[in-house]
Design a binder for this molecule. Sequence first.
Ligand SMILES: Nc1ncnc2c1ncn2[C@@H]1O[C@H](COP(=O)(O)OP(=O)(O)OP(=O)(O)O)[C@@H](O)[C@H]1O
Length: 656
Amino acid sequence: MSTDTTTSPPAASSHTHAFQAEVKQLLHLVAHSLYSNRDIFLRELVSNASDACDKLRYLAIDDAALWEGQSDLRIRLDFDPQARTITVSDNGIGLSMQDAIDHLGTIAKSGTREFMQQIGDARKADANLIGQFGVGFYSGFIVADRITVESRRAGLPVEQGVRWSSDGTGEFSVEHIRREARGTDVILHLREDADEQQFGDLLTAWKLKSIINRYSDHISLPIEMRKREWDKDKAAEVVREDWEQVNKAAALWARPRGELTSEQYIDFYKQIAHDAEAPLAWTHNRVEGRSEYTQLLYIPAKAPFDLWNREQMAGVKLYVKRVFILDDATSLLPTYLRFVRGVVDSSDLPLNVSRELLQESRDIRAIREGCTKRVLSLLEDLAGSEDQAQRDKYATFWQEFGQVLKEGIGEDFANRERLAKLLRFASTAAESDAQTTSLADYVARMKPEQTAIYYITADTPRAARSSPQLEVFKRKGVEVLLLTDRVDEWMLGSLREFEGKLLQSVARGAASLDALQDEAEKKQAEEAAQTHQALLARMKTALDGMAQDVRISARLVESPACLVVAEGDVSGHLARLLRQAGQEAPKSKPILEINPAHALVQRLQSELDKGDAAQAEAFDDLSRILFDQAQLAEGGMPEDPAAYVRRVNQWLVRAA
Ligand SMILES: Nc1ncnc2c1ncn2[C@@H]1O[C@H](COP(=O)(O)OP(=O)(O)OP(=O)(O)O)[C@@H](O)[C@H]1O
C-alpha cells in the first residue's frame, strides 16, 4: 500500500511509495527463479507496449484528439552498452502519474494476487508456475537492478509526464516530468553484480533481434531498432539516427499452415497463454463462406489454477483484420470450453466493434459455433486416434479438463451427443480409477439382458467402489460407472440416455433391477417380502420421519441394509453437495432396503417375534442403527451422530 497517497505533487518533487505486499513477493520470485528464462523479459515488455498501442487505437475511436496528430503506432528498442541500459519505447496510450502508481506498484489481476498470497514461501514456487501468471512488467527485474519508466498519457499536457523508478526491492518513486512524446519508455539498467556473461550479451543488436524474432515476430506493429552499418573507413559498426523494422509483423495465425513449424506454434502459444509448457494440441484454420475468419485454438496441457472460476474467460483473443480488439472468450466460446487459448481473427467485423455489439452480432455467433465445433473435432481426433500417443494426450486432457467439459452436457444442447461420446468415467470394470471408459465402450460390454447403463455417484471412487448398492452388480458381473466429480450430479440432470440406453443410478428405484433378476430370484424376493411383511411394517413405524418406506432388497449380498431414493427424488449424494454449497436440499426421505439373509436383519425378526414391551425398544434402536449405518456406508452422516454412537455402544455392551 502507498505510504503517500498524494496524486498530483508539484513538478520535480519525488514521492516514494511502498509496493503492495504481493508485488514484493513477486519481485523476489522474479529475481530468484526466472534466470533460466531470462529472455522473456523482452517479450513481456514488448507485449505491454503493443497492448498500450492497441488501447490507444481503441480509445481514439471515440476521441480522435488522443492521436495528438500522430497516428503511426510503433515500438522501439534501443540499447546503450556504456550506460548498460536497454530501452523499450512505445507511442501508445501512456501512463498518468496515478496510472503509474496504481499499475506499476500493485498487481491488479485478482487471480495473480491470490496466487501470490497463497505461495507465501518463495522457495516453493518454480518458474513454470510463475510463468502462468504473466509476471509482465516486473519481469524486467530478472535482468535489471533498476527500472525507470518515463511516460505521458495521451491527451494530458506535456507537464503531466511521469517518471517512475525502482530498484525492485521495497519501494518505487514517482515524480512529474515534462515530456513531449506521448507513450512510454521503459529503461532497464542491467544488473552489474551478477556474472557478466549472464547479461553482457543483451547489449548487442544481434541478441536483441534474435529475442524479438523468437518471441515477438507476430506483434502486428512494427518493432524498430536503430540502423547499424559497417563503416569501412573506421573499420567499425556505426549506429545511425534512423530506425529500421526488425520484426516481420506478420501475425502468425495469418500465415499458411504449411509455412509454420511446430516450434513456432508452440512458442506462440507460450506467449499468448503465459504458459511455460507446450500445449497438448492445436487447430489452425481459415474459414471461408458466410462469415470469414481465421482461428488458431490451443488445448493447454495443464489446467490453470483458476480454471474453476467461470468468470475467468480471457483465453481467446479477438482480432479484426489483424488488429487486436479484445480478450473476450465469452462471445467466442461457450463457458465449458474456457480452457481453450488462442486467437480468432475476423475479416467481417468492424474495427470499432464494442462488447455490447459482440453479444448480438450474427458473425460472432457463427464464429462461436465454428470454434466450438473445431475444438470438439480436435478432441475427437485425439480420443479416437489410431496412435497411442494421441490417445494418451486425450487421457491427459481428460484428467485436467474433463470436469469442465462435463458442464457442456447441460449447457450445449446442440452438441450434447458429441460431448457425451467424449466423456470418460472410472468403472468397476477396471481395477484402477485412473483407467477410464467411454460410454460407447460401456455399451459394447453390456450383458445381453442388460437394458440400462448403471452408475453410482459418491464423494470418492473408493466410497463408490465399496458401496453396498454395488453388491448385486458385482455378483452378477454387471459393470457400474463410478461418478465422483461434483459436476456429475448436475450433468446427469441433462444426460438421461446414451445411444438409446437409459442411464440408471444403482441407488434409485427398483424397476431397473428387474431386468437383471432371473425368474427364481424374482420369486424368492416376492416370498421374502411376504414372510417379512410384519417386520417391514414394524420397521417403517420405528423409522417414521426418517425413511419413506422399508422394503426387501434385491441389491444386497453382504450388507444388511442400504438406502435408495424413489424415482424423481434427489439422491443422497446430491443433497449432501447442495448442503455443502450452502443451498437448501429438497427434503425427500430415502427408502431403506434390507437384506433378509443378513444376521442383523434376522436378529430384528427375532426381536419382533419375542413381542414384549422391553424388546420393542431394542427393536427401534436396532432399526435406527441399520438406517444410520446405511447412511454412513454411502458417505453420508447420521442425523444425530452422538445418538448413533450411544445406540451402538449399548448393543456392544449387551453383546459383551
Ligand atoms: N508500456 C506501457 N504503456 C502503458 N501502460 C503500461 C505499459 N506497461 C505496463 N502498463 C500498465 O501496467 C499494467 C501492469 O502491467 P503488467 O505487465 O504487470 O501486467 P498486465 O500487462 O496487466 O498483465 P500481463 O503482462 O500478464 O498481460 C498494465 O496493465 C498497464 O496498465
